[in-house]
Design a protein around this ligand. Sequence first.
Ligand code: ADE
Length: 225
Amino acid sequence: MRIDIITAVPDLLKSPFETSIIKRAIEKNLAEIHLHDLRDYVHDNYRQIDDYQYGGGAGMVMMIEPIDKCITKLKSERDYQEIIYMTPDGEQFEQKTANMLSLKENIIILCGHYKGVDQRVRDHLITREISIGDYVLTGGELGAAIIADAVIRLLPGVLGDETSALTDSFQDGLLAPPIYTRPANYKGWEVPEVLRSGNFAKIEEWREKKAEERTAKRRPDLLKD
Ligand code: ADE
């Protein structure tokens, strides 16, 4: 899978992809991430990518031309199944969005900055608008990194244990059950006996029960319908 990220601040996006699991996925060619600096698509001396709002009002607006040039160039090179704009008024990013995106071959993520992009970008160049939550960030870059991380870890071969993404919280509509590792007893705090019993049917039953209890307590909204 290939993810192209268009941004005014590419430096903000370098380190999330240079460590750990995502780095390894890129090295193993399971995923490609390409950062595009919007200023490379402006050819005046000031490399200006934003301007004042028509009608007045506080805050600068990202201009359509550099964004259009960048997206047009990318689309001339390959087909993209989604062109996503990161914005707090987009649809909320959830596990099911990550699952859906992980099945795409090529996607573009456009990061907004300042007050946002010219509305014509949203009307004519974008296929989907995504928010990572009900709060406003300085730009879409951290959201783009979150999406890339959540999607790439789902790609076959990225996680060592092939089944582990399937047992994540949210994958079956429930939060994940508690997990433990050695030692079995730490300062008198014991690992539940059933997990050490070797009885896999019982362990599975216990995990399901705990997942349901935890979900009912912490996220009852997930159990509706
Ligand atoms: N840009 C600024 N805030 C954002 C948010 N909450 N989600 C996605 N992009 C954003």
